[in-house]
Design a protein around this ligand. Structure first.
Ligand SMILES: Nc1ncnc2c1ncn2[C@@H]1O[C@H](COP(=O)(O)OP(=O)(O)O)[C@@H](O)[C@H]1O
Ligand SMILES: [Mg+2]
Length: 107
């Protein structure tokens, strides 16, 4: 969760310029869908280019400068969510939503 929010904040920060000092926005959506809790995060940053979309979960894949990104955030998040929580994490592009995270709600 933190990884996804940090990515959203960084994506927004990358777009801020003196001419466009707009602070941007991160929306977090939650809802229950049957046995699943669904968490969606979207941001007003630049989004993920089509060519990068298949790669974002690869270990060490980053488009950020040295020091800003390690490329490990999403690969670790994917492993934690799928292995530890038996959930799913994937990229979706609907209306700027970048990710949806599903995991079983607490018993
Ligand atoms: N919210 C987002 N908006 C735009 N690009 C993103 C977003 N989240 C992830 N990305 C892209 O996916 C890459 C991998 O993300 P991540 O695994 O968290 O590594 P890092 O943040 O260290 O680069 C980022 O470098 C970026 O290109
Ligand atoms: Mg990251």
């Amino acid at each position: 969760m933190l990884t996804l929010i940090v990515n959203a904040a960084q994506a927004i920060a990358e777009r801020i310029t003196p001419e466009r000092p707009d602070k941007g926005r991160i929306d977090v959506m939650t809802r229950r869908a049957g046995d699943w809790a669904e968490i969606g995060i979207r941001d007003t940053g630049g989004g993920i280019s089509r060519e990068n979309q298949p790669r974002i979960f690869e270990p060490f894949f980053t488009t950020k400068d040295v020091g800003a990104g390690t490329g490990q955030g999403l690969s670790i998040a994917l492993r934690m969510i799928t292995e530890n929580h038996r959930g799913k994490l994937f990229f979706i592009s609907r209306r700027g939503y970048r990710y949806e995270l599903f995991h079983p709600p607490p018993a």
